[in-house]
Design a protein around this ligand. Structure first.
Ligand code: DMJ
Length: 553
């Protein structure tokens, strides 16, 4: 009898070990079956949702501090070699300005709120001193101009979030100065902005077309400034763009990537969630959230766009069923067009996974503010559940693209089988492990996957996402960190030892390290109920507008 008991115990032990090993062995490309149910919390749909009090997500202090140390390493090298320069080349130890007459704070301003969130007082005090003594927008720029979108998301966004987190008026004064210099870009026949601006002469540089993402990713910043200053001009200029885009919409509710700033219509061009398209979709949701869900017009645009994405772009690979977002190429002229599906996904698209999850728990909540962590399916609308599931699946698809020699994902992936890579159902165009690398094979310290992992962690509390984020951080430490200081782009994610390119992108300190930090920090450092993050990860507070919006349903 005793022997049988011992046998039973041994069998039970072996079964427990096998179960444990099974779950540990789940790789990014092998999501558990019925993944939505696993990650969320499915319950009977008709149950009335009840707000469940919950414990705050606590910090993982060891990992959080490692990310802070990485930020100090990146900033320290920049400060040593290139303090005040717009861009940083860590291998040649030099900076570079977008203007021959001096920097406009591209890197310094972009990094300040990360220092504030991380509690880096010494770095912050030197950076704010530079802003106080050296920042000027009285600059011509190379070829006399700056990019409207990049200047807005990095510098205006950075100044606004620095103001919100520090309450130092200096940042607000600079933000007003910069925004006033940018405002002339909206003086076009349609109201769509032009791509470039001369900050010194305060003139937009007209070139007829503007990318959709660039035109529609200025709104959080200008609306925030309007709310702070009570100057309605900022609001209405940015808002007019959304009315123009809404009027130009295609029946699919998807947005081609180019617009004509004269007539306000789409130019026949690709449809994609990657470059030149991405943050149009991101800001539909975030504009709705920014004003505390008081503007249903953005909810409608967002829901319509997400329907279009589900109808036309979301795909799964035939073998491993990896979810991804394809692109559409137009064929034909003057909109007598058929569209070809292209199974290509930019790293940039990985923002969509977290954005869909955030949308599901806010726009897709049956009762606003009454969604558990992780959400119970009864708390979400039908569309909310669809978006939640798609977000989770897309995130697994993005993680599968990290199955490379470096553990880092390439700039562009083709989600199609290739004879060279039988063990994964995607490949990098023009590249072969160990061979010459194409542009697509780079990892340039981009944030989009860790941005989605941060949101997934916050919205589920599931350690799986922290583990993924930590894996990416370790790979960055191993392959992108330079012994001489700073971090650099790597040329081919599939070749080790890696070769570097002489560039530390500004979004590494403003976005990638901030999202990693927030993933391991205490939730109270930045509660999602109180802030939206602009597309450069600058947090802006949620508010009820004191300015009367003019664009509505
Ligand atoms: C950032 O400048 C912003 O996130 C932008 O919206 C897209 N690209 C980069 C980071 O990859």
């Amino acid at each position: 009898m005793r022997r049988r008991n011992i046998q039973c115990l041994v069998l039970l032990f072996l079964a427990a070990v096998a179960t444990h090993l099974y779950f540990v062995s789940l790789s990014p490309s092998d999501p558990p079956e019925d993944f939505a149910e696993w990650s969320g919390n499915d319950e009977i749909e008709d149950t009335e949702p009840i707000a469940v009090p919950r414990r705050m997500l606590a910090a993982d202090a060891h990992k959080r501090d490692a990310v802070v140390a990485a930020f100090q390493y990146a900033w320290g090298a920049y400060e040593r070699d290139a303090m005040g320069s717009d861009e940083y080349h860590p291998i040649s130890h030099r900076g570079h300005n977008l203007s021959s007459s001096g920097g406009i704070g591209y890197t310094v301003v972009d990094s300040i709120d990360t220092m504030l969130l991380m509690g880096l007082h010494q770095e912050y005090s030197r950076a704010s001193h530079w802003v106080r003594t050296s920042l000027s927008f009285d600059r011509d720029g190379h070829d006399r101009c700056f990019n409207t979108f990049e200047t807005t998301i990095r510098v205006l966004g950075g100044l606004l979030s620095a103001y919100h987190l520090s309450a130092d008026d200096m940042y607000l004064h600079h933000a007003v100065d910069l925004a006033d210099r940018i405002l002339p870009v909206f003086d076009t026949p349609s109201g769509l902005p032009v791509t470039s601006v001369n900050l010194r002469t305060r003139a937009g540089i007209a070139d007829g077309s503007v990318s959709t993402a660039e035109a529609t990713t200025l709104q959080l910043e200008f609306r925030d400034l309007a709310q702070l200053t009570k100057n309605a001009t900022y609001w209405h200029k940015a808002e007019k763009v959304m009315a123009v885009v809404d009027a130009a919409r295609l029946p699919s509710n998807l947005a081609p990537i180019s617009m004509n700033s004269n007539d306000g219509l789409f130019i026949q061009s690709d449809i994609r969630l990657g470059s030149r398209g991405d943050s149009y979709y991101e800001y539909l949701l975030k504009q709705y959230l920014q004003t505390d869900r008081t503007e249903p017009v953005y909810l409608k645009m967002y829901e319509d766009a997400m329907q279009g994405i589900h109808d036309h772009l979301i795909q799964k690979t035939p073998t491993r069923k990896l979810a991804y977002v394809a692109e559409l190429f137009p064929k034909g002229v003057n909109w007598r067009t058929t569209w070809d599906l292209n199974h290509k996904q930019d790293h940039l698209v990985c923002f969509l996974a977290g954005s869909l999850m955030l949308g599901a728990t806010t726009a897709g909540a049956r009762r606003p503010g009454a969604v558990s962590v992780p959400p119970k399916m009864a708390e979400l609308t039908r569309i909310g559940k669809r978006d939640w599931n798609t977000g989770i699946e897309l995130l697994e698809g993005c993680m599968a693209t990290h199955k490379t020699a470096t553990g880092l994902s390439p700039e562009i992936v083709q989600f199609q089988p290739s004879a060279d890579q039988p063990d994964r159902d995607w490949y990098i165009k023009g590249s072969r492990p160990g061979g010459p690398a194409s542009y697509d094979a780079k990892y340039m310290l981009r944030p989009e996957t860790v941005e989605s992992l941060f949101l997934a962690w916050r919205l589920t509390g599931n350690k799986r996402y922290r583990d993924y984020a930590w894996g990416i951080f370790e790979s960055i430490e191993k392959h992108c960190r330079l012994a001489s200081g700073g971090y650099a782009t790597i040329l081919d994610v599939d070749t080790v030892p890696v070769r570097h390119e002489d560039k530390q992108e500004t979004f590494y300190m403003s976005e990638t390290l901030k999202y990693l930090f927030l993933t391991f920090a205490d939730e109270s450092v930045l509660p999602l109920e109180e802030y939206v993050l602009n597309t450069e990860a600058h947090p802006l507070p949620i508010f009820r507008p004191s300015i009367q919006p003019m664009f509505s349903l």
